[in-house]
Design a protein around this ligand. Structure first.
Ligand code: PA5
Length: 489
């Protein structure tokens, strides 16, 4: 059973007024559309061919083969215990979920203190930027002989990841000679892409080089934490079964074709109503937990890449398999803009704008009811005396919600009983399903990201990557960025 609680009182008109709040009537009127969205998704999810064709196989990740999970768990245990450091290379969906898990499920300052690591490796993330400083500092200071590298790239072609891997390979090669690739694991497409070709070539002479982990087809990057993130979870000692049990509990709730029984569907409905009817185009996600800030960053990618779309969706059925194409007759330029924040830190920052700036946002809080560790303040005699930190945090969140209500700003709270692997798995799956429903309600394809290609094409053209299409080169050449001296001061 799902343990996540979704309180949307402050999205409703009884707390924030008629102009900005949603009424029971609005929900009733939207019921048909919400059910249609849930039913359509439920229908395509029944067919494996549809799931693969539409990149919806991630919905089956909570129910993976236990034998495969056990193998990943054991392999991860070995790496985590046998190395002092593990570097994960990857970007976007091949990074953000891992970072979210790392921060949510391990102790803060994990890398800094032996006692917190309990004999496990320190974890570093690289290949998620082209800023030379971070990778330089890391490779200069870590001991390659005590380090393992995991390279994650579904396509195996991403420049940031590829560049970092090449540098890490050289660094390991210097330490180990030709056996360096035994210290690298790869998670990439089983057939295509430069990373796969590299692994295949190396495997011909050494089966232990670039050891591969199973990548499930039909799972898009940003929906892949429960696939591409599993080895990381195992290395940091998280029980895969527990995370997936949480995701499975949320998946069960999503089978319910009723907005009041299906929190992810209700979340999507409320956000779409606020977006379409009340012009709330900014989605602030503000966990009141330092450890969930990276999860909010993960959600930024999930929402932005999934729903920020130029065109609507056209549904096509070919040989009994559903496909989605861009409907060029429906120019939408739609999608809410996600912003990640954290309480209480950002109450001294973005909150001013949330309260008094344009009334164009919804704020979603995430609350953890019971912390793993709590602190009690000394009995100094002032108003803080003897109070628990968690109590201060809870009161700050309530205060923030109250202040938003007073300013007629929609907000809602997602509560987790605790920050356990299970609850975190549930939370991730909640947002994934809510985003899928949001895509349905907006009638767009939430599982592609065509807009990300332009900067890549520009880079490939400038860096002379072979295979850049003629029309791409022409488009770049014919539309230069104009730099007038007058506008540079
Ligand atoms: O959601 C997505 O598919 C993207 O954000 C990818 O995760 C990101 O571009 C990284 O791609 P890859 O894993 O192929 O290196």
């Amino acid at each position: 059973m799902s343990s996540l609680r979704f309180d949307f009182n402050n999205m409703m008109e009884h707390n924030i007024g008629k102009k900005d709040g949603i009424s029971t009537g609005d929900l009733k009127a939207f019921k048909k559309q919400a059910y249609a969205a849930q039913r359509h998704l439920a229908k395509v999810l029944l067919s494996k061919k549809d799931r693969i064709s539409l990149s919806l196989e991630w919905t089956r990740l909570p129910f993976q083969d236990e034998k495969v999970l056990a193998e990943i768990q054991t392999y991860g245990e070995q790496i985590g215990k046998n190395y002092e450091n593990v570097i994960f290379l990857g970007i976007g969906g091949s990074y953000l979920g891992l970072k979210a898990a790392q921060d949510a499920l391990l102790s803060p300052y994990y890398n800094d203190f032996k006692a917190l690591r309990k004999g496990r490796a320190r974890i570093y993330f690289e290949g998620n930027n082209l800023d030379p400083e971070t990778l330089f500092a890391l490779l200069k200071n870590l001991n390659p002989k005590k380090t393992f590298v995991v390279c994650i790239s579904k396509s195996g072609e991403t420049t940031e990841t590829k560049a970092a891997l090449e540098l890490a390979e050289n660094w390991l090669r210097k330490a180990y000679g030709k056996n360096f690739a035994k210290r690298i694991a790869v998670i990439t497409d089983p057939e295509s892409g430069a990373l796969r070709q590299k692994a295949k070539k190396a495997n011909n002479s050494d089966p232990l080089a670039y050891r591969s982990l199973p990548l499930i087809p039909g799972v898009g990057g940003r929906f892949s934490e429960f696939n591409m993130g599993l080895l990381h979870l195992a290395i940091i000692g998280v029980k895969l079964k527990e995370v997936l049990a949480g995701a499975a509990a949320m998946a069960k709730s999503c089978e319910i074709p009723d907005i009041f029984g299906n929190p992810a569907l209700m979340y999507a409905v409320l956000q779409v109503l606020a977006f379409k009817r009340k012009r709330k185009s900014i989605a602030v996600l503000m966990p009141f937990s330092e450890q969930l800030k990276a999860t909010a960053d993960w959600y930024v990618q999930l929402l932005a890449e999934s729903t920020g779309k130029k065109f609507g969706r056209k549904i096509i059925v070919e040989d009994g398999v559903e496909k989605w194409a861009e409907d060029k007759s429906r120019l939408l330029n739609t999608g809410r803009t996600p912003v990640s924040a954290r309480g209480t830190n950002d109450l001294h920052s973005i909150q001013q704008n949330n309260i008094e700036g344009r009334n164009d946002k919804t704020v979603t809080f995430i609350r953890v009811e019971k912390f793993r560790n709590d602190l009690r303040l000394p009995f100094t005699g002032d108003f803080l005396a003897g109070k628990k930190y968690s109590e201060l945090l809870k009161t700050a969140q309530e205060g923030t919600a109250w202040a938003l209500n007073r300013a007629e700003r929609p907000n809602c709270v997602i509560s987790l009983p605790e920050l356990s692997p299970r609850a975190w798995g549930e939370l991730l799956f909640f947002f994934e399903m809510a985003t899928a429903y949001e895509g349905e309600l907006l009638n767009i394809n939430a599982f592609n990201q065509p807009g990300v290609e332009s900067y890549k094409n520009f880079m490939f053209f400038k860096l002379k990557k072979p295979g850049v299409k003629k029309e791409t080169s022409e488009e770049i050449t014919n539309n230069p960025m104009v730099s007038k001296k007058r506008y540079i001061i």
